[in-house]
Design a protein around this ligand. Structure first.
Ligand code: PXG
Length: 460
């Protein structure tokens, strides 16, 4: 590969300039400045290159978003054509444009029939901000204005803005900038960590029943919605036990609490279904979407509404007092449309379900089921987690598990693979277009990183 164009500056120069002016996401800037970030300069398919010519297999689809992989000329062409034709127009002045209309047509052809409308945003965080105002507005419109509280889950992730982080359950995020009123949390359905002596099924039901208890404590007349990721992403790629979602759905229906699925990570084929709630078999009232909507080529998110909610807002809601300058941005919409066309017309989602997903999952289980460091393997389609365990038989975790998974992540980089560490778990979510040979490489390099970590701990 010709790297000439990318060697405009030395890596050291990029790092120094970056340290001078840029506050990075979710890390200690001082530590980063001392170490110097890797400077990523090119992507092609599943691979990334840094400024020094090192190649990495990207096992995380960027940040769970490049579902089609890097270097798709059709997405570039869609953006270019739209920029030439109409780079921007708004939705405020009784206007629309073909790009957003055609995106909606495509999106709702892929979604189950009981969804009818979308509110477009630039990100997943914004989708969840809009969610709060929209569900409160819905309850106002249907004559239950007291229904305002949103219930989320500890260790859930819904974004970094004030309200989306408040609905999320990352306490260290709440500590920066504060919590909001009218938001409550229940426990996460993380059986391996918190299930104790319960079976996964018992534990799943118990976690779901916490929702009922919380609704009764707050008063159902005050609760607007329950928000959750179908499987937790940033919190550790945690799959709930099978008993969880049916019980959650029953409770939401019984108490007239809207079931709000955050599909920002799970949407657009990750599990082998178009949306993760379809994999888990429940029917949310709203879907928050972003990431895979454009395969990360351009920022775009949205909030999808059920027909019932949308009809109430349209028929009885009057002015909907919300709008972003870039809602339904034509270039983002054109890229999203090209992305969804590719996912559909190239049969990529069904390939994840029938072929590449099972291949990855089988490979992981063959390699890691009896590995001394791995206590649990979860995942389906193109997403998976490896739970680290100090004592597999007793399901005991390391007291310094974050340090250990971080070390494994670093070994991954050294082996030429990017896998993500969370508290106690290693995660992978490669592009949906991964070929068998690339999955083999991902597994092989991941094994090397996990083995090196296990050897450090004296487990191998
Ligand atoms: N909901 C979910 C479920 C997410 O995973 C967001 C909302 C927010 O989307 P935006 O586009 O505003 O970032 C996300 C984002 C990680 C990690 O470490 C995951 C996300 C963001 C940052 C880090 O896995 N997901």
């Amino acid at each position: 590969m010709n790297m000439q164009n990318h060697h405009k500056r030395e890596t050291r120069d990029y790092q120094e300039l970056d340290a001078s002016h840029h506050i990075h996401a979710f890390l200690d800037q001082k530590v980063l400045n001392a170490e110097g970030p890797r400077v990523i300069v090119k992507g092609e398919g599943l691979y990334l290159w840094d400024n020094d010519g090192n190649r990495y297999l990207d096992g995380m689809s960027g940040l769970w978003c490049t579902n089609l992989g890097y270097g798709r000329e059709d997405l570039v062409a869609a953006a270019t054509q739209q920029m030439q034709q109409l780079p921007y127009y708004n939705m405020f002045f009784h206007t629309t444009h073909p790009a957003v209309v055609e995106l909606s047509e495509m999106l709702f052809s892929l979604l189950p029939r009981h969804y009818s409308h979308a509110i477009y945003t630039n990100s997943g965080s914004e989708a969840n901000e809009v969610l709060i105002r929209t569900v409160r507005r819905y309850w106002q419109v249907v004559g239950q204005p007291k229904k305002r509280v949103m219930i989320g889950r500890w260790n859930g992730y819904h974004g970094s803005t004030l309200a989306s982080s408040a609905m999320g359950g990352m306490k260290f995020m709440h500590e920066m900038g504060g919590m909001l009123p009218e938001i409550a949390h229940i426990d996460e359905p993380y059986w391996y960590a918190h299930g104790g002596t319960m079976t996964p099924e018992e534990f799943g039901r118990r976690c779901a029943l916490q929702l009922e208890e919380k609704i009764l404590e707050l008063g159902a007349e005050n609760v607007a919605g329950f928000i959750a990721e179908p499987f937790q992403g940033a919190g550790g790629m945690i799959f709930p036990p099978e008993s969880y979602w049916p019980e959650i759905q029953r409770i939401c229906r019984q108490y007239h609490v809207l079931l709000c699925a955050d599909e920002v990570i799970g949407g657009f084929g990750r599990t082998g279904e178009w949306f993760a709630h379809q994999h888990f078999g429940f029917e949310p009232d709203t879907l928050s979407i972003a990431k895979g909507l454009t395969s990360g080529y351009i920022p775009m998110g949205g909030l999808v509404l059920s027909r019932t909610i949308a009809e109430a807002l349209v028929e009885k809601g009057g002015v909907f007092a919300h709008g972003l300058t870039y809602s339904g941005h034509p270039v983002a919409a054109a890229v999203a449309l090209a992305n969804l066309k590719a996912l559909r017309d190239e049969g990529i989602v069904s390939q994840v379900k029938k072929d590449s997903g099972p291949y990855l999952q089988k490979g992981l289980r063959e390699i890691f089921t009896h590995h001394p460091l791995i206590g649990e393997i979860q995942g389906t389609g193109m997403v998976a987690a490896l739970q680290f365990a100090e004592d597999k038989a007793r399901r005991q975790r390391f007291s310094n598990e974050s340090d250990i998974t971080w070390r494994c992540r670093t070994y991954g980089f050294e082996e030429g693979v990017i896998i993500r560490s969370t508290v106690g778990r290693m995660i992978m979510a490669p592009a949906l277009v991964a070929k068998h040979s690339e999955i083999d490489e991902l597994l092989e390099k991941t094994k090397r990183a996990v083995d090196r970590t296990a050897r450090d701990l004296g487990l191998m």
